[in-house]
Write a protein that binds this ligand. Sequence first.
Ligand SMILES: Cc1ncc(COP(=O)(O)O)c(C=O)c1O
Length: 321
Amino acid sequence: MFDTANFPNAKKIWHMGEILDWDDALVHSQSHALHYGTSVFEGIRAYSTARGPAVFRLDEHMDRFMHSAKVLKMQTPYTKTEIIDTIKLVVRENRLDSAYIRPLLFYAYGNLGLVPWASPVELFVSAWEWGAYLGKKSVNGVNVYILPWKRIHHSQIHMGAKLGGNYVQSTFCGMIAREKGFDEAVFLNLEGNVAEGPGENILIVKDGIVKTNDRTESILEGITRTTVLQIAEDLGMQTEVGPMTKEDLFDADEIMFTGTAVEVVPIIRIADGSVPGDPEKEYMVGDGLPGPVTKQLRSTYLETVNGKQPRYDGWLTYVNE
Ligand SMILES: Cc1ncc(COP(=O)(O)O)c(C=O)c1O
C-alpha cells in the first residue's frame, strides 16, 4: 500500500495502454532508468475552469516532451496525439478538477549496459492534485540562496530537454538551499551569470522593464517564462531577453520565479553563497515585499490558466470536450 499523502487524490495511473490502480504502477529493479536516470518527463498543470478542467499549454508541453525523448534517442511507443489523448483520459479517470500531470518515458527492463538499446521504452502518465510548489510563501515571497555549484553547461548536455538524470543536480542543490534555511536555490552558470532555479526560471524587473535570460545561459526556457513574457508585453510592459548578472539580481526592483510547478512567485530576499570561502551576503529585493509588476503578472497568469482571460483561451485544452 503506497501512502498518497504527497499525491492528493491520486487514484489511477496509465501505463502502456492500461489504467492501473495507484498501488500497481510498479517497475523491475533492473529497469535502466532507475540506475542511470535514462528517463524524460514533463510537468504540466490542469486548472479548474468554468468549462471543467483544462490543461494549460498542452501542445507546447508535448512538443518539449517529444523533443526530450528524441534527445535521449528513444523509440517512443506513442505519438504526440496519442499522449495528448492519454493525458486527458488520466485527468478524467482520476476525477480531478485541477491537476499536476506527469508523463514519464523511460528505458525499462532489458539490459544494464550504459547504452540501453536492449531496454524498451515505456510510458507512464500520472496525475494528482499538487498545490503551490513553494507553499504558503508563494504569495508573499520566498528567500533564495545563490549556490556555489554552477549549473550544468549547455555545451555539456542538452539543457532544453527534461532528462531525468540531469535533475540530480536540481535535487542535490534544492536540498542544500533548504538545509541552509532558504526556500529555494538559484544557479549561476559557468560564465558567472544567473542561470535558473532547480525547476524554475528567473525574471527580474528594473525600472519597469521585465527581463529574463535564454537557452544560451544554460537554462530550460520554460513555458511559463515565455507565457509571462507574452502577458507582460500584452499588458504594455517592455521586455528584454539577455544575460543577467548576479549584480542585476541585487540591484533589481523585483524578482520572480516562473514555472509550471511554482507558477509565478516573488523572490524577496537573496543570499549570495556563490563564492566558496567568502562570507554569505544577504540582499533584500526592493523593499522586501512582492512588487507591483510581479503581483500583476502573477494575478494575470492565474486568471489565464483558470480560463478567465478570454484572449488566451487558445492556451487551454478542455479535458471533457
Ligand atoms: C530546470 C527547469 N527550469 C525551468 C523550468 C520551468 O519550465 P516550465 O515553465 O516549462 O514549467 C523547469 C520546469 O519544468 C525546470 O525543470
